[in-house]
Structure formats: structure tokens, C-alpha cells
Write a protein that binds this ligand. Structure first.
Ligand code: PLP
Length: 704
């Protein structure tokens, strides 16, 4: 086991002593919790100083980093790579800016902005007597340019003389602002909320006036959102609360969720100031950091995190206000300062740490709270209780949050339906599945045991492929599958689903369930803290659909081939149609009139075999009587007869079409022996791919 004393002495002897570290050795994190080497659990309301926006080791970030590390870790910025360009597009779309320069951190994002301001200044004032306005108490970083812009003498003094041409004014002082602007002004650089300067928010009036003056004087409005950006204040960027349009915006910290990345975004004429050769960075926007930042944004975009920030932020601010000894709270969303009556903030931080709460102080009077954006209302209450205890005052009463508050408890969590997957997760799982398949061929015994991970497999209905593929996948992931039959679980006879669910989540890391009814699966998931994977219900078969799309991608690469499903609109075709259309494939369901799926964009349904099969490159069928339809057996047998996939039907499709069937096949009914055994049949590849797709999915859900 790692020892605190050993590491502490190495740190003391070999690491430059610029940091005052807390007396513990941190070894692990999850969500808003950090653990030290002795197993102590800390509630983290600092989040790497507003960095771990999704908490520690969020599965989406672990997945993005792992996936990118398996593909490409670093190239020079001289070479083109995908994540950086994709991230730039996302950031521009969310912010309304035009261009992005990537840096490794916040200070270098600020340096970039200062170079833009200086180049603009030199254009305006070729003799170089231009000025850049910044604010007293501001903080822009530790490099010389950023330090010069920073309005705090205590950081600057030992390094003087600093960069000339900076003029510091008081925050929110309109008179000083107006006075400072002149024909010499090249830019103003502002933090909409001054994080290090005491969590002090600029007023809309001040920001709007700064924007007006910039327009009047041909100066650049530059906002430093290194700390306030990327969802922290309950908007993507803090400037959006104020209705202003910056020319330059700086990001870092929460953007990478823990990976080192910064960005200088520019709009309008500011976007064309830097030209080839003007600036560069070896590590700026590296593939791993950019892939991780994409996952941060994707997760915030596709969950209710931003709404949670507003609710939990309010809860925290209101709670702090109620504490005796707190005279004021400042900030927005989950960037909150608490001003203390007495100059004891640093002592409070130390004592809170002893009580396993991590916060910090920006000065003797101000406590700063910048927890992960996924912090839960219960954790906010816990934090308030500890602060109250340290201050020796009464804890605030728990506030009811009404119906709007919901905490995403399982970020890469339940897969009950294809609808539960984000676009990025679809790509991620399919890419990982294909990688795992290759690796399994090259290194069949590459199994890493995962200590203590048991997975309950609740199977109300027996199965060959699903059971074997899941059990094998879990075994190869190093996890322990526990197969439970209907008789074992006794649902509906001995036990209520709710009780089964609650017990299973105490023992197992994940539950894979094959139940008759989706509504039962929902009850299971609602009562289970562990993530639940749908291994088939009457409504959907999402794991089959993932295996199907893996097979189709293997056969046709990225070509968006026409997929025609001949037969019944059932659980398999529903998941397939949802997934394939999400991925941009045209899908046709070809079958009798009254057996249709709900409409989807990209889904066409027809009773005409001719129409359905023309140009189809994938012909898919399944049994005519699925789970839950047994009472209609006789009628179905008759009505589906003309939709048997035989050689004549295959001949209507593209000559290179493949045939798929999720199995078991009723040879002689929905499909003939001739088609099943033909060279076009890919059913065994498809069945094999259940293993790889499920393995990839479970690897991600287990956070591996
Ligand atoms: N700008 C602001 C507003 C910050 O809060 C910080 C860091 O606290 C920085 C810039 C510097 O960022 P970094 O430490 O990544 O260089």
C-alpha cells in the first residue's frame, strides 16, 4: 500500500515547493468523492478548482480517454487530427464564436488573447503606445503576460518588471471604465465572475457598457471564462447570461473535465488577427485532451446537468446564506463564494478538511465552492452541515427542491432502450467492440480480472445466444456473471421486482435482464442503483441492434447502406430501426399493413416487397411470432406467409446484399434453408458480434 509519509518525503525533497498541500495522499476518485490511501472518504467541493466538471473518473471521460489512447495519443499540431477539429466546431456552435486556438491550460489561453490584443493594438497604434484594460483583483494565470494582466500585486511583485501597457481598473465601476477607454485602447480583458478575486460577479450593466465602449473605440472585448465556462454557471458560458457578444473568449479548467486543455475562441475580425506562423503550441488540443473535452460537452448536452447546476447551485447559495457568520454569497450556478463576517476563511478550510470536506478560500474572508456539476442535493446538504459544524452554527434546514431536481445517478448507466444511448456512446461502443474483436484474435487470453465485480443476469426466459454471449463477455472482462432463472428470482411468485432490484444492487455492479415486459424492466431499473442492461424484452433488443450495426459496418464500412427488414414490427426491428436511423442509415420495414413501428425520421414502411427490397444491401428477418405475440400465432402464420425470405426475395435486393437474422430461425417459415446457408448469409458473424458489442458496452458501463 502507498504510504503517506513515503510520498510526502519524496514530494518535499524533489518537487518545487510552490504549493501548500493538504496533509493526505489521494489515490482514487468517483463522482464528487475522493479517497485517500487510508480509505478516508472526502466530499470534494473544489473539483480540482472548477476542473472536474463531471466529477472524478466519469465513465464517459474514462471511455473517451481510453478509446483515444488506443488510437492516437499525440501528433504535432502540424498534422491534422479529428478530435481537435470536432471540438472546435462544437465550441463555435455553442458559443456563436468563429475560430478556436487550443492551448494546454488557462494561462496560455490568456497569452493567446494578449497576443491577439497586442497585434490589434499595433495595427491601431503602430508606435506601440496602445493599452489593454483589465480589472483589479482579476486573475488570468501565472505566465508573464497573464500575470501582467492579473490585478493582484501579491502574485506580481516578485516578477517585476512585467509586460507594459496594462491598465487596471476597479470591477463594476462604470465611471472608471468610461474614463479608462480611449483611442489607445486595444482590448479589455474581463472575468465575468472573478474566481480567484473572491468569486465576484461583474454586473450586466458593467459588461454591456464595456461592450459598447469596445465597439466605439475599435477595441476587443475579451472574456476570460477559464473558470466560469462550460456549464458552471448554469449556461454554457457566463457571458450568455448578460446578452453580450465577446470578440475573444478563453476557456480551460472545466472544458477538459480533468484533461489539460485550454482554448482561445475568437469572433468576427478578431478571428483573423492571428495568421500562420504567429502562434503555436506543442500540446494545445492534443487528441486525448480534445477527445475528453468532446465527451464533457456531449455529456452536458445530452443530460440534465445544466438544469441540475441551477437547482443545486441555488440550494448551496441559499443554504450558505442561512448560516450565521456568512454575511453574503456571491457568484452564480455552482461557482459560489461565501463572505465570512470574520477573517477566518483559511481556518475554516483547514477544519473542513479535517472533517473530510474539500473547499478553499480566495482570501481571509471568502470561502469558494466549485463542486463537480453533477453534485447531488444530498451532497450539498452534507457540505452545508460540515461548514455549519466548523463555524459552530446551526445547519440550514433541508430545502425542498420541488419536481425539477433530478440527479443523474448512472452517467453511462441503464440501457433499457436504444434511446438511452448518446450519439457519442453509439460510436464509442461500436469502435471499442471492433477493437476488442481484433484484440481477441491476436491475444485470446488477454483477460484482466476485475476485482469484486459481479454481474447479475436475470433471465425470465431461457436463451442460448444471449446467455452465452453475455456470460463469455463478462468472463473475458474479468467480471463474474451470476445467472438467475425465473425460478431463482421468483418474480411475481415469491418476490416483488422492487425488492429483487434493491437487493441485487447491493451485491452486484451491474444487472443484465431478459424479461418478458419492458414495464417490468423499468421497475427493475428504477429500483436498482446498479446500471441495468436490457437483454431483450417484448419492446426492445438494444444489444442485438448494436451487434447488427457492428456487422453491417464490418461488411460495408461507413457506407450508409439501405437496410430492409422483412417481417414483423417487433422488439428486434424496433431497436434496429431506432439505432440505424440514428446512425444515418435508411431503413425500410417491409411487411403486412397492420404490423408497423411508430414513425421515425429515416424509416420507411411498406407492404411491397419489390419497393422494400430494391437497392437493399442488408436484408434482415426474424421470427413471425415474437415474445408476447403467442396468442396471435395462427393469424400471423397466415398473414406473414408471403414475406418469407427465400431466394426469389433475395434476388430483388442488391446483388451484394447480405442476409441477417437474429436467430433462432424457423427454417422453412420466415427464411428458407437456401438463404440461411447461402454465401450472402452473415448470421453467424452477427451472432458472434453479440459477444463483442456487449463486451464493449459492459466495459463502458463498468467504467473500464
Ligand atoms: N484565468 C482564470 C479566470 C483562472 O481562474 C485561472 C486559474 O485559476 C487561469 C486563468 C489560469 O489557468 P491555468 O492555471 O490553467 O493556467
Amino acid at each position: 500500500m502507498l504510504k503517506y509519509d513515503t510520498i510526502k518525503s519524496l514530494d518535499t525533497e524533489y518537487v518545487t515547493p510552490t504549493y501548500n498541500r493538504q496533509p493526505a495522499l489521494f489515490v482514487q476518485g468517483s463522482g464528487a468523492i475522493l479517497w485517500d490511501n487510508r480509505g478516508n472518504e472526502y466530499l470534494d467541493f473544489l473539483a480540482g478548482i472548477a476542473v472536474n466538471s463531471l466529477g472524478h473518473c466519469h465513465p464517459a471521460l474514462v471511455a473517451a480517454i481510453t478509446r483515444q489512447a488506443q488510437q492516437l495519443i499525440h501528433t504535432s499540431n502540424i498534422l491534422l487530427t479529428a478530435p481537435q477539429a470536432q471540438l472546435a466546431e462544437k465550441l463555435c456552435r455553442l458559443s456563436g464564436m468563429d475560430k478556436v486556438f487550443f492551448t494546454p491550460c488557462g494561462a496560455t489561453a490568456n497569452e493567446t488573447a494578449l497576443k491577439i490584443a497586442k497585434k490589434h493594438g499595433n495595427t491601431k497604434r503602430p508606435d506601440g503606445d496602445y493599452e489593454i484594460i483589465t480589472l483589479q483583483k482579476s486573475f488570468h494565470g501565472r505566465t508573464i503576460g497573464a500575470l501582467s494582466a492579473t490585478g493582484q500585486r501579491r502574485y506580481q511583485r516578485p516578477f517585476e518588471p512585467l509586460m507594459p501597457g496594462i491598465r487596471h481598473i476597479e470591477a463594476n465601476n462604470l465611471e472608471e471604465l468610461k474614463e479608462a477607454f480611449s483611442h489607445k485602447t486595444a482590448a479589455i480583458l474581463l472575468e465575468p465572475i472573478m474566481g480567484e478575486g473572491g468569486v465576484l460577479a461583474l454586473t450586466t450593466e458593467f459588461l454591456v457598457e464595456a461592450e459598447r465602449l469596445c465597439r466605439e473605440h475599435d477595441a476587443l472585448l475579451m472574456v476570460d471564462e477559464v473558470q466560469s465556462g462550460v456549464g458552471r454557471t448554469g449556461a454554457w458560458f457566463c457571458f450568455q447570461h448578460h446578452g453580450i457578444r465577446p470578440d475573444v473568449m478563453l476557456l480551460a479548467k472545466g472544458l477538459g473535465g480533468g484533461q489539460p486543455i485550454g482554448a482561445c475562441l475568437t469572433a468576427g475580425k478578431a478571428a483573423s488577427i492571428l495568421e500562420a506562423g504567429d502562434h503555436g503550441s506543442t500540446f494545445g488540443g492534443s487528441p486525448i485532451s480534445a477527445a475528453c473535452a468532446l465527451a464533457v460537452i456531449d455529456t452536458i448536452e445530452h443530460t440534465d446537468i445544466m438544469d441540475q447546476v441551477k437547482t443545486t447551485g441555488k440550494l448551496l447559495a441559499e443554504g450558505l446564506k442561512q448560516l450565521k457568520g456568512v454575511v453574503e454569497t456571491t457568484g452564480m450556478g455552482l461557482m459560489i463564494g461565501a463572505k465570512l463576517e470574520k477573517p477566518i476563511a483559511r481556518d475554516v478550510v483547514r477544519e473542513a478538511f479535517d472533517k473530510k470536506l474539500i473547499i478553499n478560500a480566495t482570501d481571509e474572508h471568502t470561502l469558494r465552492f466549485v463542486p463537480p456539476l453533477i453534485i447531488s442535493p444530498e451532497q450539498v446538504q452534507q457540505c452545508l452541515a460540515i461548514v455549519a459544524e466548523v463555524l459552530g452554527v446551526e445547519a440550514p434546514k433541508p430545502v425542498s427542491l420541488g419536481t425539477t431536481s433530478r440527479v443523474t445517478k448512472k452517467p453511462y448507466g441503464d440501457l433499457l432502450s436504444i434511446d438511452d444511448l448518446m450519439d457519442s456512446q453509439i460510436d464509442d461502443v461500436l469502435d471499442l467492440a471492433s477493437y476488442l474483436k481484433q484484440r481477441r484474435k491476436l491475444a485470446p487470453s488477454a483477460i484482466t480480472p476485475v476485482e469484486g465485480r459481479s454481474v447479475a443476469m436475470v433471465f425470465e426466459k431461457s436463451s442460448l445466444r444471449t446467455r452465452v454471449s453475455f456470460e463469455t463477455a463478462l468472463y473475458e472482462l474479468g467480471a463474474h456473471p451470476i445467472y438467475l432463472t425465473k425460478a431463482d428470482i421468483g418474480i411475481g411468485s415469491r418476490e416483488a421486482m422492487k425488492d429483487v432490484a434493491q437487493n441485487l444492487s447491493r451485491w452486484c455492479t451491474m444487472v443484465v435482464a431478459r424479461l418478458y415486459w419492458q414495464k417490468d424492466l423499468q421497475v427493475l431499473a428504477d429500483n436498482c442503483d446498479a446500471p441495468v442492461i436490457n437483454a431483450l424484452t417484448e419492446w426492445e433488443h438494444p444489444c442485438q441492434a448494436l451487434a447488427d450495426m457492428l456487422t453491417i459496418k464490418e461488411k460495408f464500412g461507413d457506407e450508409k447502406v439501405k437496410i430492409t427488414y422483412v417481417g414483423d414490427a417487433n422488439n428486434v426491428s424496433r431497436s434496429l430501426a431506432k439505432l440505424a436511423t440514428r446512425m444515418g442509415y435508411p431503413v425500410t420495414i417491409c411487411g403486412p399493413e397492420n404490423f408497423r413501428l411508430d414513425p421515425l425520421p429515416g424509416l420507411h414502411q411498406t407492404a411491397s416487397l419489390e419497393e422494400g427490397l430494391t437497392d437493399a444491401k442488408v436484408v434482415y428477418t426474424d421470427v413471425w411470432v415474437s415474445m408476447g405475440d403467442e396468442h396471435e400465432q395462427e393469424h400471423r402464420m397466415k398473414i406473414f406467409q408471403p414475406f418469407q425470405v427465400n431466394e426469389r426475395v433475395m434476388a430483388m435486393a442488391d446483388p451484394n446484399a447480405i442476409f441477417l437474422h437474429c436467430l433462432p430461425a424457423r427454417r422453412g417459415l420466415e427464411v428458407t434453408d437456401g438463404v440461411m446457408d447461402s454465401a450472402q448469409s452473415a448470421v453467424n458473424d452477427q451472432a458472434e458480434n453479440r459477444l463483442h458489442a456487449q463486451k464493449a458496452l459492459m466495459q463502458r458501463v463498468l467504467g473500464l
